[in-house]
Ligand binder design. Sequence first.
Ligand code: S3P
Length: 438
Amino acid sequence: MTPAVSDSDLDAVSSLQVTGAGPARGSLRVPGDKSISHRAVLMAAMAHSPTVITGLSRGQDVTHTLGAVQQFGVTVAYADEGRVRVEGPIRHEPVDVLDHGNAGTGIRLMSGVCAGIDGVSVLTGDQFLRRRPMDRVAEPLRRMGAAVDGREHGRLAPLVIRGGGLTGITYSPRQASAQVKSALLLAGLSATGPTTVEEVHPTRRHTEEMLAQFGGRVRVDGNRVTVEPGELTGTDIAVPGDPSQAAFWAVGALLAPEQGEVVVENLYPGFGRSDFVGVLRRMGAAIDFDLTTGTLVVRSSRLRAVDLTAEDIPGIVDEVPVLAMAAAVAEGTTVISGAGELRAKESDRIASTTRLLRAFGVQVTETEDGMVIEGGARLRPARVDSHGDHRIAMTAAVAAACVDGTTVIDGWDSVATSYPGFAADLVRLTGASAQPGA
Ligand code: S3P
């Protein structure tokens, strides 16, 4: 007899085998928002009085940020009901290397924090993170006065930052990137004079919103955000559910023409995170997102193709893989363009999404900055690789749950970076069976 595998064991398996049963049905809460969680930990560590955080993401990405702030002497204590108490402030350089694991948000935001500290910090991460571009934060932080070095002239981690003595700047990042914006705003807290970031396309505003919660002086004026130097004051933070994780269940309900129905409660309702709802509505989905309660409701619908362009991408930057899977079963041809930034994510998401869809039997053409997806596919079981990318693995899993037969997802353990317990939720909501793959 095969020994029983517990739900939490399925988070750690390198391959997950999923035998499909049907679309997602049921209600759930998803983990605390990853973007908000990173910011809560970093600002709590910088603040001059303690902060208590509830609902913090338990994913490995945020766990790495918690580990990193402790290198500065910040204390982290786990209280009851999942509350985390963080007491700083950061006063000195870290005692050891800051390891951010797979977390692009963690390392980029922490670069901004380190630039403001008088001393030397070394930041690194796993094999995937060490391939991701860091010059987008290194270059403006140098302009503010930090010395930033690393492999390939500071383009790649490990990065060495000698911080302190910063001067505020006005900067327009080439990419629409909340990570770059946030790194500069966090550095700006210890600069002389204001720091202003002007965005090409507006991106998620968690840093702006949370700086205000921590008593920071921040002004938003259209696409311009300015922070004044100053100290932060600890506060209580309640982290809402992560809309990007809810997107998997929305599509998980929509991949079948009937019987799918999902309710996700307590999601972050603010700017720049739920544009996937509008995209799915444009595709014909019966979907509703209540901005006062943060409740998402979605029901099986006949989907049609959609055109997604550069204007759409910043608001769905993390949802493109799963939206591409929805496009695969929609009627008509979906064209995604202006999405070149996806090549710099946890994997090259244009290439990894194309490979994923093809493995499930979808006709798809990769372009330089997007893909063309022929809809109306009848998905077939597949063997796929996450390429170390949690969002590719979770997209594969919701598709696998709707397919007759057995799919194997290699690189499943990447899901633990953001969504421990995903396999257990998959089994509960879809009736699929999941076990370690061979
Ligand atoms: C994030 C910003 C986005 C997103 C990432 C989280 C953030 O990255 O893809 O998952 O928390 O600021 P970019 O800023 O590089 O687009």
